[in-house]
Write a protein that binds this ligand. Structure first.
Ligand SMILES: C[C@@H](O)[C@H](N)C(=O)N[C@H]1[C@@H](O)[C@H](n2cnc3c(N)ncnc32)O[C@@H]1CO
Length: 146
């Protein structure tokens, strides 16, 4: 799993067009989103990630740790198919993305999750402070790397 973490002053997205036939159904709560002082987690799920029962806990831990360090008011979990050439299929990727969203909520983080399988318009204003652009690699059986 590859995660790009951007601390954004403003972030706004809108689903535009289905990219895959496994695209998830849109609802009023996920077809568009907007947040301020938010940590955007662009997440690429890789083949085999689900073989590690700790993968969601590790990913959630990394996101929560940065969220606290930068003092963000919330997190956007943004499915993103561009950070690895070893892409997991939707059947593996979507459940993990939903679990990360749920785990963050359990930890008291205000979370939005952008819809899976859609081309999306987005605007993002990165704060530009030293911790505002980070990335993590989370692999089965390994400690998270950055
Ligand atoms: C396209 C670009 O503008 C948009 N932002 C996009 O990336 N859309 C991706 C993800 O939402 C999702 N998706 C598919 N496979 C994966 C995966 N392994 N991990 C995460 N998301 C995935 O399916 C879409 C098409 O690949």
């Amino acid at each position: 799993m590859k995660v790009l973490l951007i601390h954004a002053k403003t972030f706004e997205y809108e689903a535009r067009q289905k990219a895959v036939d496994t695209a998830e159904e849109l609802s009023d709560s996920n077809k568009s989103g907007r947040a301020e002082n938010v940590l955007v987690a662009f997440v690429t799920v890789e083949k085999g990630d689900s073989s590690d029962p700790e993968i969601v806990g590790k990913a959630t831990g990394e996101i929560e740790s940065v969220y606290k360090r930068v003092g963000a008011s919330g997190v956007v979990v943004y499915p993103y198919a561009h950070l690895s050439e070893n892409l997991a299929e939707a059947s593996e990727a979507l459940p993990l993305l939903k679990s990360i969203e749920e785990q963050l909520k359990v930890r008291g983080v205000r979370v939005q999750r952008a819809p899976f399988g859609w081309y999306k318009r987005f605007t993002l204003e990165c704060y530009g402070h030293p911790l505002s652009e980070l990335s993590r690699t989370i692999r089965p059986g390994e400690k998270p790397k950055h």
